[in-house]
Write a protein of this length. Structure first.
Length: 82
C-alpha cells in the first residue's frame, strides 16, 4: 500500500516558489519576507529548508484569498509589466 500523493517541496510549491526564487537572486531575506507579508503569507516559511515538504500541502490550494490575484489587481498590475 502506498501513501498519499508525494509531498511537494516548499521551493516547488506554487504558493512559495517565487519567494525562494527571489532569495536565489540574492534579494535580502527581510525584503522577501516583507513581500510575502504584503501577499498575505506568513514569512516564517522562509526559515524552512527549501527541500522540506510544503506547509500548504502543495497544489497551490489552501485558503483561497478573496479578490483578484495580486498581478490582476489594477493597483499592482503595473509592477508586473516591468
Amino acid at each position: 500500500g502506498g501513501g498519499g500523493p508525494p509531498a511537494v517541496k516548499v521551493k516547488n510549491d506554487p504558493k512559495y516558489a517565487k519567494y525562494f526564487k527571489m532569495l536565489s537572486m540574492h534579494l535580502p531575506k527581510p525584503a522577501v519576507a516583507m513581500k510575502a507579508t504584503a501577499d498575505g503569507l506568513d514569512p516564517s516559511f522562509l526559515d524552512l529548508d527549501p527541500d522540506s515538504p510544503s506547509p500548504s500541502g502543495g497544489g497551490g490550494g489552501g485558503a483561497a484569498s478573496a479578490g483578484p490575484k495580486l498581478k490582476d489587481d489594477p493597483k499592482f498590475a503595473k509592477f508586473f509589466k516591468m
